[in-house]
Design a protein around this ligand. Structure first.
Ligand code: ADP
Length: 332
């Protein structure tokens, strides 16, 4: 594989270098890209700001990257913040009053915006107005400020935690899906070139399979496989070094990490394979239920390893097979 000329220096630069900066580099999510192009073109033709957009999907699937690509295509300046960073109403008001015409405001983790702050956003999104209360007590009065035309792009990993009034104010909502193996392989291959690493096709396959169908994970594994190969004086990532790097990280060939196995084994051994309620499971693992729901479960459900039922979580047969365990009925 030819070596690329771009040679980023440290991990942060590497992450920046790996983020697609043109649409052609953004692999997959075809329907979403198609729809975005139409929205962008239409807004450009009318010489208007785009409608507000919501991106939903697991961490690392490319929501921020999409927002940046949209901004670039619109020729817009982008201001970035996140739900947890907005502590007071004043924080939101300050950001909104600092927007210039045509700007894109990107709010990550939008499900963590608190309700008082959300209420400032509603009129800002709907009629470009900022309602401010000035003063306190009987002398308090409300002030309405007109805002420049802007587009809010929000991203969330938990669409169900967004309030209805906020959700309904977006002109379009896009749900990012997990990537298929071919797309993840393309991403790993392209990124290996950017990093100037030689790879064997089999090693790309090993890394892609363990990447949890998620580009950010693919990037992380590629970097660790590169470290492993370099430390072991190999001039390229071959199948063996990719596998050994994963083994060292305790990641199996499907991308399961120790916490995934702990979760599956807890349901299997402590709750006879389930069903077990989320709270009980969280307590038994001393883990936050949000972390289980947000981070651990989605990929296990994608693999068909667990199922959420009305009575709780159940481990499915292929998970037993993968772990090399017998199902409850087969234990004798
Ligand atoms: P999110 O905002 O959903 O958490 P990001 O947009 O930050 O995810 O994506 C993380 C990284 O994964 C990006 O920097 C980029 O390197 C890679 N990535 C994400 N989506 C894609 C894609 N569709 N094609 C290529 N690389 C991608």
């Amino acid at each position: 594989m030819p070596r690329a000329t771009k040679q980023p220096q440290d991990d942060l630069n590497v992450d920046q270098a790996l983020r697609p900066s043109i649409w052609d580099e953004y692999v997959g999510q075809e329907k979403i890209k198609e729809n975005l192009h139409i929205i962008i073109e239409a807004a450009k033709k009318r010489n208007e700001s785009m409608d507000h957009i919501l991106f939903c999907g697991q961490a690392g699937l490319g929501k921020t990257t999409l927002a940046l690509l949209v901004a670039k295509e619109m020729g817009a300046q982008v201001k970035i913040t996140s739900g947890p960073a907005l502590e007071k109403s004043g924080d939101m008001a300050a950001i909104l009053t600092n927007l210039d015409a045509g700007d894109i405001l990107f709010i990550d983790e939008a499900h963590r915006i608190n309700r008082t702050i959300e209420e400032i956003l509603y009129p800002a999104m709907e009629s470009r107005t900022l309602h401010l209360m000035v003063g306190k007590g009987p002398s308090a009065r409300s002030l309405n400020l007109e805002l420049p035309p802007f587009t809010l792009i929000a991203a969330t990993t938990r669409e169900n935690l967004l309030s209805n009034p906020l959700r309904s104010r977006f002109g379009a909502t896009f749900r990012l899906e997990y990537y298929n193996l071919d797309d993840i392989k393309k991403i790993v291959e392209r990124n290996a070139k950017i990093l100037g690493i030689d790879t064997e096709p089999e090693s790309l396959e090993v890394i892609a399979k363990a990447a949890r169908a998620t580009p950010r994970v693919a990037n992380r594994l590629l970097k660790r496989a590169r470290d492993y190969a370099e430390v072991n004086d190999r001039n390229k990532i071959d199948k063996e070094s990719a596998e050994q790097a994963l083994a060292l990280l305790e990641i199996d060939h499907l991308g399961l990490e120790p916490h995934d196995r702990k979760l599956l084994e807890a349901i299997i051994y402590k709750f006879n394979g389930g069903p077990v309620g989320l709270n009980t499971l969280a307590a038994s693992l001393s883990e936050d239920r949000g972390v289980i729901e947000d981070i651990y479960e989605p990929y296990l459900m994608k693999l068909g390893f667990i199922q959420r039922t009305s009575t709780g979580r159940v481990v499915l047969p292929i998970a037993y097979e993968h772990l090399g365990l017998k199902r409850p009925g087969e234990l004798l």
